[in-house]
Design a protein around this ligand. Structure first.
Ligand code: NAG
Ligand code: NAG
Ligand code: NAG
Ligand code: NAG
Length: 612
């Protein structure tokens, strides 16, 4: 059962819903920009319900007419859906919209919050034509990197660089002459990441899924790819194309009992969890299965070291269109293809235009690495199979608790809900995934399209076609009013403070807080409190010759419920069934009087009801 939670606040957007949208959360300046249909809204992250300032930016009437003539949907496609919002510099934001299947981009001046109409320019290769096509972009050092389709039909998909400080403002893109590079891609995310201490080595890592022809089978595979930030294209060939593009497969699978792995091949979302070393964020990825019969989702976690190892390993080689990819065993030209040009590394190679021809032609036909990237633990850290929803979004928070640091995952679904999950590693290195909360954010089942987290505000912003909701990262008070209940919840955000279950603040000078995330054992924490775990028996009598419906509902996801039966004239309590579920039901036609006993861990705050 999912908890239907009240939002802290909600923004509904235009009267006919949000549909596709983009978010720019700026914690420093305390603002949240939302790009939607024909509008950009300036929201207050403290209260989304407060009337926002807005910029009206529609598509031109001509474009809307042409879009309609092309047979597109008037409401869902023939408008300007704002899909990219980036802080450009201290005073300007760069925005791109689909412009009724004619993308355009423009600058917004922060102070006055106005679109600078003189700066409107073509958004082709920066923004998709289609409002719903997966797309990603990132702005770094005033350059815009985008993974997008570049045509009306959405067939040609490419990773591009544009903008940048004058004078070298020209497009760089992936090669289209071969389908080796990027084929019918769905771009998920892009991130500037330094590889070494030398800024010449800085790269953009990006993630996508694409249609792949392995052998003769068409399948969808997920990829991590990278390009050098200082790539300016080739001189004689690959002019204005990346000359440092490499990609590798991202694998997320569970070994099966019969040796057949279950693969989660379709990447849905990526979250980079920062570490103290900004070269090595932890990569969290959400995947779904491709199979129409077997619906499932998984979260896999990767290290940058493993990703780099794949790029430093052997290249894959394909003899021709009808051949399979095999390991390339020939001579590798110098400098190693995929290496960024660096004066300190080789004084003769100052830019990618100085690369020898054989390096450029090698990369053209060998963009794929032979080895795949596997998850850190060899398998997913969390899976959901045989449920009626799939995972679509992820954000991860690092939470400091009394007994250590935990990574809490917030996972958006296509059913309008968010799962809050913590992965706990025990002393013997076995890990346990605990679902802390299952929050039904939107009452109507709807796909969660975006999620942003503000650590500063302790808020999660969750967007769907229904609107944008603001939800607190924790609801400690809902775990009940007893120390043991708080402890059983195992939520690293929450601790028993002597009076209530409340937000745990590390390094606070308050007296010891009671919390046990690792084991969730109230006996070790709540032994001296008044409400220590007194196992309470609830007795129910079933009615003779009738069927009875008995229910025992506990609040915490982690509470245990045990049912016993006591036969007439007997002192013996026989265990009927044990269930981890919050809800346990007995439905049976009784032929004799029977005493049923429902035992929950605690005396307080368990809803209890009996119905027929
Ligand atoms: C920010 O960029 C805009 C657009 O290029 C430019 O007009 C403005 O002067 C820049 N502001 C600063 C502070 O550099
Ligand atoms: C590790 O310990 C947990 C309890 O702390 C136990 O349930 C689990 O079976 C153990 N796993 C292994 C591999 O020993
Ligand atoms: C219950 O049903 C049994 C037979 O099915 C009958 O002998 C008995 O009298 C019934 N008891 C009551 C209280 O109706
Ligand atoms: C059996 O249950 C039905 C429906 O709840 C009720 O109307 C009826 O009175 C019950 N019969 C007995 C014998 O308690």
């Amino acid at each position: 059962p999912r908890t239907l939670i009240p939002f802290v606040s909600l923004f509904l957007g235009p009267s006919d819903g949000l549909h596709s949208h983009s978010l720019l959360l700026d914690e420093e300046r305390g603002r949240l920009l939302l790009g939607a249909r024909d509008h950009i809204y300036l929201l207050d992250p403290d209260n989304l319900a407060r009337a926002p300032r807005k910029i009206y930016w529609p598509a031109s009437r001509d474009r809307v007419e042409m879009c309609k003539l092309a047979g597109k949907n008037v409401n869902l496609e023939c408008a300007n859906f704002v899909r990219a919002l980036h802080n450009f510099n201290r005073t300007h934001v760069y925005a791109c919209g689909t412009g009724a299947f004619h993308p355009n981009c423009a600058f917004i001046e922060d102070g006055v919050f106005q679109l600078l109409s003189g700066t409107v320019e073509s958004g082709r290769l920066k923004c998709p034509f289609d409002p719903l096509q997966p797309f990603t972009s990132v702005l770094a050092d005033q350059y815009l990197y985008a993974g997008t389709s570049s045509d009306f039909l959405g067939k040609d998909t490419t990773f591009t660089r544009s903008l940048g400080p004058p004078p070298d403002q020209h497009y760089i893109r992936t090669d289209i002459s071969e389908d080796y590079w990027i084929n019918e891609a769905r771009f998920i995310s892009a991130h500037p990441i330094a590889d070494t201490y030398n800024p010449d080595d800085d790269k953009i890592y990006f993630f996508f899924r694409e249609v792949s022809w392995e052998g003769n089978d068409k399948s969808i595979l997920s990829r991590v790819a990278r390009v050098c930030k200082n790539d300016v294209g080739g001189l004689r060939s690959l002019t204005n194309k990346w000359t440092t593009f490499l990609k590798a497969r991202l694998v997320c699978s569970i070994p099966g009992p019969d040796g057949v792995d279950t693969h989660f091949d379709e990447l849905q979302d990526i979250f980079l969890l920062p570490t103290r070393d900004d070269k090595n964020p932890v990569v969290y990825a959400v995947f779904t299965t491709s199979s129409s019969i077997f619906r499932g989702s998984a979260v896999c976690v990767y290290s940058m070291a493993d990703i780099r190892a794949a790029f430093n390993g052997p290249y894959a080689h394909k003899e021709g269109p009808d051949h399979r990819w095999v390991e390339y065993e020939g001579r590798i030209p110098y400098p190693r293809p995929g290496t960024c040009p660096s004066k300190t590394y080789d004084p003769k190679i100052k830019t990618t235009k100085d690369f020898p021809d054989e390096v450029v032609s090698f990369i053209r036909f060998h963009p794929l690495m032979y080895r795949s990237v596997y998850p850190l633990t060899g398998r997913p850290v969390f899976t959901r199979v045989r449920v009626d929803y799939v995972l679509t979004q992820i954000v991860v928070d690092r939470v400091l608790a009394e007994d250590g640091q935990y990574e809490v995952m917030f996972l958006g679904t296509d059913a309008g809900s968010v799962l809050k999950v913590v992965s706990i590693t025990q002393e013997n290195w076995s890990t346990e995934e605990v679902v802390l909360e299952e929050l039904q954010i939107f009452q109507v089942p709807t796909t969660i399209l975006s999620m942003e987290m503000s650590s500063k505000q302790q808020q999660l912003y969750v967007g769907s076609g229904q609107g944008l909701a603001q939800v607190s990262l924790s609801r400690c008070n809902l775990y009940g009013q007893a120390c043991a209940e708080c402890c059983l919840a195992r939520d690293p955000y929450c601790a028993w403070d002597g009076h209530t279950c409340s937000r745990y603040v590390p390094a606070s000078k308050r007296r010891a807080r009671r919390q046990d995330i690792k084991h969730g054992d109230p006996a070790s924490q709540c032994w001296d409190t008044e409400d220590s775990i007194r196992v309470e028996e609830r007795v129910l009598f079933a009615v003779q010759n009738n069927s009875t419906f008995l229910e025992c509902i506990a609040k915490s996801q982690q509470a245990q419920i045990t049912w016993f039966i006591q036969r007439p004239g007997s002192e013996l309590k026989e265990e009927v069934r044990k269930s981890d579920a919050k809800l346990f039901q007995i439905k049976e036609k009784f032929v004799a009087w029977k005493k049923y006993i429902c035992i929950v861990w605690l005396s307080t705050n368990y809803h209890f009801k009996q119905s027929k």
